[in-house]
Ligand binder design. Sequence first.
Ligand code: NI
Ligand code: MN
Length: 220
Amino acid sequence: MQITYLGHSCVLLSGSRKVLIDPFIEGGSVASARPDIVAVTHGHADHLGEAVALNRPTVAITEIAKYLKAKGVPAEGMNIGGTITLDGVSFVMTPAMHSGWIEEAGSGYCGGSAAGFVIRMDGVSVYHAGDTGLFTDMKLIGELYRPDVALLPIGGRFTMGPDEAMMAAQFVGAKTIIPIHYNTWDKIVQDPHPFKNAIERTTDLTVKILEPGGSWELQS
Ligand code: NI
Ligand code: MN
């Protein structure tokens, strides 16, 4: 499976299917990714992004799925703790410590809880934490789903920063950590290198820093 970091929280998993998580990048479009399936972690604009315009089968929490269906998107609703399989790709919805309002003109919409996903395809497993603070049940995610890779936010302010993400990485135990949700804007500026150095010095985990547009091949 190829993992491509398109930027911010947006990641494309390319294997037997193309799965696009959180279809938003700053100042551009992710339409050229041409995903088979879209997954949305929560209702904030920097995650819901182009989900409506892409108009692909979209996995999201029931509240967001309802919002998308009303706009004609073939959404698949689910909720935290549940699993669905689409086209041979399985999605476990995991908790996230965050909010989830769908910001739109007027009062907006309730987007339900924020979430993350463990996505399994072609025999490998990827955990995308979504936007979240640190929580100890990340240990359960590690124990139950044994992700090979964890995509963890490190930007701070709206999510974990590097210190919390360092503990999150150890809770989850995925061999490879890819930092996300940083350097998109001034408020979430982080240097990922001290994070990488600290983890690699003190654990047997590896941090793969991807520039927006960069890819990494996960062997199954
Ligand atoms: Ni958010
Ligand atoms: Mn966000």
